[in-house]
Design a protein around this ligand. Structure first.
Ligand SMILES: NC(=O)c1ccc[n+]([C@@H]2O[C@H](COP(=O)([O-])OP(=O)(O)OC[C@H]3O[C@@H](n4cnc5c(N)ncnc54)[C@H](OP(=O)(O)O)[C@@H]3O)[C@@H](O)[C@H]2O)c1
Length: 241
């Protein structure tokens, strides 16, 4: 049975990806910090839940050690904290964003690469964002981290040329998950306003892109998929009814 390791699988895009890849026949190994939530998703999908904090090198090593083999790694754990202008940046929030989105992707990939190569048909999927190539007011901490995550991911495409490992970047626009709740520190009203008057993507829409990319034949590398709601043209150009 092919094995897919999915980070940030306790909610949103990661949980939906766990369901999509389980339906595709994968044994899913799910990682996140909220173990109870993770166990619910694992129970639903017949997968395994392993506590994981991608900002902690020891936690990443312990997660990787749980896997006898690995065919697909989905680097999905991450997110945004705050929407402050550069002039009033909160260094701790910037650090957290860099740690989870960028170093988390590097650590997970480094830890699982030997197994992905040994599988003979490995695949690294990184969930970046349109924030990986666009910028917007107040977004510098997040866009800087996502630009960096994209750079790490694109470097892997070069460094793994000749190895049996595919590399896919998934760059979504607005998806209604816990993303905005986390960004606004649990402020539900602020989170709701982000999607007011427009229809955002659902986590399942992004998971379907991941499922499709990993289910192509081994010689076909889907380099990147940019997926946005119809009502969103750029990070800031959104049509609201
Ligand atoms: N929603 C959007 O509009 C959107 C758009 C573009 C890109 N993205 C990206 O998509 C990815 C998934 O986000 P989402 O929208 O599904 O939001 P979400 O519902 O908040 O999910 C984020 C996931 O990441 C996990 N996570 C966060 N920090 C972690 C850490 N240090 N170690 C392990 N897991 C960690 C969370 O689990 P725990 O809290 O349990 O650890 C959670 O499972 C993120 O990389 C985000 O930047 C989202």
């Amino acid at each position: 049975m092919r094995v897919a390791a999915i980070t940030g699988a306790s909610s949103g895009i990661g949980a939906a990806t766990a369901r999509a890849l389980a339906a595709e026949g994968y044994l899913t190994v799910l990682g996140a910090r909220r173990l109870e939530r993770l166990e619910q998703v694992a129970a639903e999908t017949g997968g395994e839940a392993v506590e994981l904090d991608v900002t902690d090198p020891a936690s990443v090593e312990a997660f990787a050690a749980c896997l006898e083999s690995c065919d697909v790694l989905v680097n999905n754990a991450g997110g945004a904290h705050g929407l402050d202008p550069v002039a009033s940046s909160d260094e701790e929030k910037w650090r957290r964003m860099y740690e989870s989105n960028v170093l988390g992707t590097m650590r997970m990939t480094r830890a699982l690469l030997p197994k992905l190569i040994a599988s003979g048909d490995g695949h690294v999927v990184s969930v970046t964002s349109i924030a990986a190539f666009e910028v917007y007011r107040g977004g510098a901490g997040y866009t800087a981290a996502k630009h960096a995550q994209r750079a790490v991911h694109q470097t892997l495409r070069l460094e793994l040329l000749g190895e049996p490992v595919r590399i896919t970047e998934i760059a979504p626009g607005m998806v209604e998950t816990e993303f905005s709740l986390v960004r606004f520190g649990g402020d539900e009203e602020a989170a709701k306003r982000v999607y007011e008057g427009m229809q955002p993507l659902r986590a399942e829409d992004v998971a379907e892109c991941i499922r499709w990319a990993v289910s192509r034949p081994p010689h076909v590398n889907i380099d990147e998929i940019v997926v946005r709601p119809r009502a969103q043209a750029t990070a800031t150009e959104v049509h609201r009814a």
